[in-house]
Design a protein around this ligand. Structure first.
Ligand SMILES: [Cu+2]
Length: 488
């Protein structure tokens, strides 16, 4: 009943708008017509919306008729893990970051129930970019802990939309994870594909730097300065890597619903080793073909589609690349199936280029055996200090700030059984690099570590630091040990 009144109101307002448009001889009558059509789409039945946690999405709408769609969403403030050993208090729509995925079609009448869990500390609300109305629903949904607000809206425009909390301080509510996606499918639904996934980027600001342990509170100043410690997909580092990677089979068509909650950064979304066959630019009607990297604004989204042609692990990144390798904006798509040598040959030949060359390249200036003029550590304490500096400058880009590594790409040094088993082998790896399959703490890695251009003193310091940190075996490495390995 309430809805009919609203609908009439909307029609009247729209009528007013189209009259005005006519007066100002607006040329855009095509889209104006579509607009009126969607307002007039009738709804008869009622249905409870299926809501899903990332990276999953609800069943496609397909050919279903427009309905009254009941969305039941609960706000939860809860502790989660940003990265190993780092806790963060997330504010969430439905218990996850990003919040539950909502799937609708044009013409649906959404009856939105926003519940604020009684254990929560703060009031919240919701602004859905798919809503035509004041604050995108924010004004009608402001809800205190232990309460529920109900409001409804007619879904008019197809596309992929962000929703977020808009309670002051708005930036802080968004920075704590209060965002998600609502999809509005066109009449008849989006064309079917084989796999669909939900990914959303967000930037996080903590008092401690990247990887600093313990419960990390939100840092307002860093947020204002737009200097995030973490930039991640789906709420935390590694949410979609290793065992949590999304999957597909060779030949399948994959559709990713990609959003960006911000609060600050825009995303240069890219899949390493894939080309997007199709991008619904900014989540709207415009389709761009054959795209390498697509820009996703803060508070915006895109739908990207591609067929996976060959097996392997494809890395999803924000191509502002330090965010990927140093702040967490890295996810994985694992594709299984038959090789296709016509599309990708793999390594055909590993030719020797330099007479004394090896598979492993040295960094420029590498392998320099002459001792530079440098400060020698005089105590274990000094070794640890120099070693930590060197670690942060050289090793942390791959093995991460507290040695936790990145599953599937860089093995951990923290509590590494491989490291602790053999100190001479570790020295050899730092001096000469490492390639080929190894198993570290039960997980396989098969990648390349380049030889590090470090002096004997530097290798001694960095490995002493590594062995005396993060629960490792506390071995002290000496320059003599390094020299012995270098000369053997
Ligand atoms: Cu909020």
């Amino acid at each position: 009943m309430n809805l009919t009144i609203k609908k009439n109101l909307v029609t009247k307002v729209l009528f007013g708008i189209s009259a005005m448009a006519l007066l100002s001889s607006c040329v855009n009558d095509q889209s104006e017509k579509k607009y009126n059509d969607t307002v007039d789409i009738p709804v008869n039945q009622e249905m409870i919306a299926e809501l899903t946690s990332p990276p999953n999405v609800p069943t496609p709408v397909g050919k279903r008729m427009a309905k009254k769609l009941i969305v039941d969403l609960e706000i939860q403030e809860r502790e989660g893990e940003m990265t190993s050993g780092v806790k963060y208090i997330y504010w969430t729509f439905g218990g996850t970051v990003p919040g539950s995925f909502i799937r609708t079609r044009v013409g649906d009448e959404v009856e939105f129930h926003l519940k604020n869990h009684p254990d929560n500390k703060l009031p919240h609300n919701i602004d859905l970019h798919a809503v035509n109305g004041p604050g995108g629903g924010a004004e009608s949904s402001f809800v205190a802990p232990g309460h529920e607000k109900v409001f409804s809206f007619k879904v008019l425009n197809p596309g992929l939309y962000v929703y977020h909390c808009a309670t002051a301080p708005v930036g802080m509510h968004i920075a704590n994870g209060m965002y998600g996606l609502i999809l509005v499918e066109p009449e008849g639904g989006l064309p079917p594909v084989d796999k669909e996934y939900y990914i959303m980027q967000g930037d996080f600001y903590t008092e401690g730097g990247y990887g600093e342990r313990g419960v990390q509170p939100f840092d307002m100043q860093k947020a204002i300065d737009e200097k995030p410690d973490y930039v991640v997909f789906n709420g935390h580092v590694g949410a979609m890597t290793g065992d949590n990677a999304i999957t597909a089979k060779v030949g399948e068509k994959v559709r990713l619903f990609v959003g960006n909650g911000g609060p600050n950064l825009v995303s240069s979304f890219h899949v390493i080793g894939e080309i997007f066959d199709k991008v619904y630019v900014e989540g709207g009607d415009l389709i761009n073909d054959n795209v390498q990297t697509t820009l996703i604004p803060a508070g915006g989204a895109a739908i990207v589609e591609f067929r996976v042609d060959v097996p392997g692990t494809f890395i999803l990144v924000d191509h502002s690349i330090f965010r990927a390798f140093n702040k967490g904006a890295l996810a994985m798509l694992k594709v299984e199936g038959e090789e296709n040598k016509a599309i990708y040959s793999g390594e055909i030949r590993d030719g020797i280029y330099l007479p004394e060359g090896s598979v492993i390249q040295s960094m420029p200036n590498g392998g320099d055996k002459t001792e530079k003029v440098e400060m020698k550590a005089l105590s274990l304490e000094e070794r640890m200090t120099f070693g930590k500096d060197k670690y942060m400058a050289t090793c942390s880009a791959c093995h991460q700030a507290n040695g936790q590594g990145i599953e599937g790409a860089f093995p951990p040094l923290a509590k590494s059984d491989y490291l602790n088993a053999d100190v001479n082998r570790a020295i050899d790896i730092v001096l000469h690099g490492k390639t080929g399959e190894i198993t570290v703490n039960g997980k396989k890695y098969n990648s390349v570590m380049t030889a590090q251009a470090l002096s004997d003193e530097e290798v001694t310091n960095v490995l002493t630091y590594v062995y005396n940190s993060w629960g490792n075996s506390k071995k002290e490495v000496t320059p003599e040990m390094v020299q012995a390995v270098r000369n053997r």
